[in-house]
Design a protein around this ligand. Structure first.
Ligand SMILES: Cc1cc2nc3c(=O)[nH]c(=O)nc-3n(C[C@H](O)[C@H](O)[C@H](O)COP(=O)(O)O)c2cc1C
Length: 333
C-alpha cells in the first residue's frame, strides 16, 4: 500500500507471520514541499535507492519466513528502475498493476523472482499471458491478483462498472480462475473487500489460491502509516468513504476528507509538478497532484488523500499483524 503505508515494517511483519508482505515502491523518495527536501531526497527523488534499502530491511525482519514482495505501478515514470532496484534488494515477488505489466519479464531477466500481475478482468490476464508467451520466451505469471471493485485505492473499473453485479469479486474470480487454467497452473489471489476468515474461505471455495487484504492491515501496530492515518480509519462511517477520479486516469476509493469535499465542489488548489511521477500525467491538465496529497496523508496531515477499501468503516481496533493473520487463517473476527 502506497504511498508510504506499507514500507519495511508492515511488509516484514506480514512475511514473518507466514504471509506475503507487499512493500509499495511508489513515492518512497518524496516529501511534498521542495523546501523541506533533504539532500538524499534531492539525489533520489523517485526513491530508487530507498527502495533497495527498504526491501533489505523487510527481508531482515522476515528472516526465513513468508515472502517479501514489492508492488510497482506500471503507470509510474521510473517503473523499470524501481523493478530492478526491488530485485537488487532481494524482493521475492514483483506485484504490478495500474496498467498491464507487459514488459515486466524483460526487466527482471533471469532473476529468481516471482512475477504477479494485478488484473480486474479475465481479458487483462489473457492479454498479459499472450504477450509474455510471444515476447518473453513463454514466461507465464507465477500468480495473479484479481482485484474487485470494493478494494481501496485505484480501481481497474469504469465508473459504471464499479457497482455492476458482474464486477463483484464473487462473479469475477471464477472467470479469472478459468482464464488462468487455460494458460497454466498458477494461483489466483482474490482481493477487494475481504474482511474475515469467512470471506477468505468463500474465495478459496470459488477457486482462489490465496487472498490479499489491504484496509485491515492499515490498522495494525506495524503499519508504517502515521498514527493519524490509523485513528482516521477507526472513526470512519460508511458515508465517509467515496470515489474520486485521479490523475492516474482511474477511479480510486478514498476517505471523504475536507480536501475531497472541495474537489467534489470543483474547487482545486493550484500546484506545481515536482516529480513527473506518473508517465501518463500531464501536469497542466490534471487539477491536483496526487503524489503531494498521498505524501501528506502518510505524514498524518488531515488535508491528505487517504485510500481506503469499501469496508473501511468496519475498522474498530488496532491489532498486531500476527494476531490479525491468526484470525484470518483460523478464527472469528
Ligand atoms: C491505503 C491503501 C493503499 C493502497 N495502495 C496501493 C498501491 O500502491 N498499489 C496497489 O496495487 N494497490 C494498492 N492498494 C490496494 C490494495 O493493495 C488491496 O488490493 C486492496 O486494498 C484490497 O482490498 P481491501 O482494502 O478491501 O482489503 C491500496 C489500498 C489501500 C487501502
Amino acid at each position: 500500500m502506497g504511498v508510504g503505508i506499507s514500507r519495511h515494517r508492515l511488509t516484514g511483519a506480514v512475511a514473518a507471520a507466514g504471509g506475503m508482505g507487499t512493500l509499495a515502491a511508489q513515492g518512497l523518495g518524496g516529501t511534498s514541499t521542495l523546501a523541506s527536501r533533504t539532500a538524499r531526497e534531492r539525489d533520489d527523488p523517485h526513491g530508487v535507492d530507498v527502495l533497495r534499502t527498504e526491501v533489505r530491511a523487510a527481508r531482515d525482519l522476515a528472516g526465513d519466513r513468508g515472502l517479501v514482495a514489492v508492488n510497482v505501478m506500471v503507470a509510474i515514470t521510473h517503473y523499470g528502475d524501481l523493478v530492478r532496484s526491488a530485485v537488487e534488494g532481494g524482493a521475492q515477488a514483483i506485484v504490478s498493476g495500474a496498467g498491464l505489466p507487459l514488459d515486466l519479464p524483460g526487466l527482471v531477466g533471469d532473476a529468481d523472482v516471482a512475477l504477479v500481475p494485478i488484473v480486474s478482468s479475465p481479458r487483462a490476464l489473457f492479454l498479459i499471458c499472450r504477450h509474455w508467451q510471444h515476447f518473453h520466451g513463454g514466461r507465464l505469471p507465477d500468480a495473479v491478483v484479481v482485484e474487485g471493485p470494493l478494494a481501496g485505492g485505484h480501481l481497474g473499473f469504469k465508473r459504471e462498472e464499479i457497482d455492476a453485479p458482474e464486477s463483484r469479486l464473487e462473479a469475477l474470480l471464477p472467470r479469472v480462475v478459468e482464464e488462468a487454467r487455460r494458460w497454466g497452473d498458477f494461483p489466483v489471489i482474490a482481493a477487494g473487500g475481504i474482511w474475515d476468515h469467512g470471506d477468505a474461505r468463500r474465495m478459496l471455495d470459488l477457486g482462489a489460491g490465496a487472498v490479499q487484504l489491504g484496509t485491515r492491515f492499515v490498522v495494525t501496530e506495524e503499519c508504517d502509516a502515521d498514527p493519524y492515518y490509523k485513528s482516521l480509519y477507526l472513526g470512519l462511517r460508511e458515508q465517509d468513504i467515496t470515489l474520486v477520479r485521479t490523475p492516474v486516469g482511474l477511479w480510486a476509493r478514498v476517505v471523504r476528507t475536507p480536501l475531497i469535499e472541495r474537489f467534489e465542489r470543483g474547487e482545486y488548489p493550484g500546484f506545481k509538478c515536482h516529480y513527473q511521477c506518473l508517465a501518463t500525467c500531464v501536469a497542466h491538465q490534471v487539477r491536483y497532484c496526487i503524489a503531494d496529497h498521498l505524501l501528506d496523508a502518510a505524514r498524518g496531515d488531515p488535508e491528505g488523500f487517504f485510500f481506503v477499501g469499501a469496508n473501511g468503516h468496519r475498522c474498530r481496533e488496532i491489532l498486531p499483524v500476527a494476531e490479525l493473520m491468526r484470525r484470518l487463517a483460523s478464527g472469528p473476527g
